[in-house]
Design a protein around this ligand. Structure first.
Ligand SMILES: [Ca+2]
Ligand SMILES: [Ca+2]
Ligand SMILES: [Ca+2]
Length: 208
């Protein structure tokens, strides 16, 4: 097969996910995200790169019903979830000590009463570094957890279906979170070929 045809085939394989539009959910446009762990808002398959979720949760001055936000998403095969980055976090009270709760579970629901099946959970918000700065790397916080019981995980989250829950108990929080997916690194065909050649060479040397 000519090299040009191989390159064309590789480009075609990379296209379907790479060209997808970024997924966004903005509560001011798309409506409040579900507060029910057994019926999360279904966001579908995350796009390659950035996926932006923004909204409001908790309650003003801790009074009235607490708004939890819970959503379900899929990480496509061939991709990892490599980042959950907090890009905006503001408490209505102006507090810089606020800490909210988050949890993630595999599958289509998350238990809001029993954390034992949570993949992880942790606190997040301004309080994390004691200097009033927002702790932005939520995936690292979850990786370091679970803080309240659960299963635990290490490194990027592999392809599959997940449910994510955020909750605030004493304030109203405006937030924006970026879920980042990246192609799973695979050895390039060229380096595979080199490995094969090197392997043969080693084998022949051993046989001499
Ligand atoms: Ca909300
Ligand atoms: Ca909600
Ligand atoms: Ca871990």
């Amino acid at each position: 097969m000519p090299v040009s045809r191989i390159l064309a085939l590789l480009a075609a394989l990379a296209l379907p996910l790479g060209s997808a539009q970024a997924l966004t959910w903005d509560e001011t446009i798309n409506g409040d995200l579900s507060g029910d762990g057994t019926a999360p808002t279904l966001l579908g398959t995350l796009s390659s790169g950035d996926n932006l979720i923004s909204g409001t949760m908790g309650s003003l001055n801790g009074t009235g019903p607490l708004d939890a936000d819970i959503w379900n998403f899929t990480v496509a095969s061939g991709y990892d979830l490599t980042g959950i980055n907090l890009t905006y976090y503001k408490a209505a009270s102006g507090s810089l000590l606020n800490e909210s709760f988050m949890a993630i579970a595999t599958g289509g629901s998350i238990d809001q009463n029993d954390p034992s099946n949570h993949l992880s959970n942790a606190l997040w918000g301004y309080g994390q570094d004691s200097f009033g700065n927002t702790y932005t790397d939520l995936l690292a916080l979850l990786d370091a957890g679970p803080a309240f019981g659960g299963i635990g995980f290490n490194g990027p989250l592999t392809p599959g279906n997940y449910t994510f829950w955020i909750q605030e108990g004493s304030d109203q929080i405006n937030y924006k979170i970026d879920f980042v997916t990246s192609p799973v690194p695979v050895p390039e065909p060229g380096s595979l070929l080199l490995l094969g050649v090197a392997g043969l060479w080693t084998l022949r040397r051993r046989r001499r």
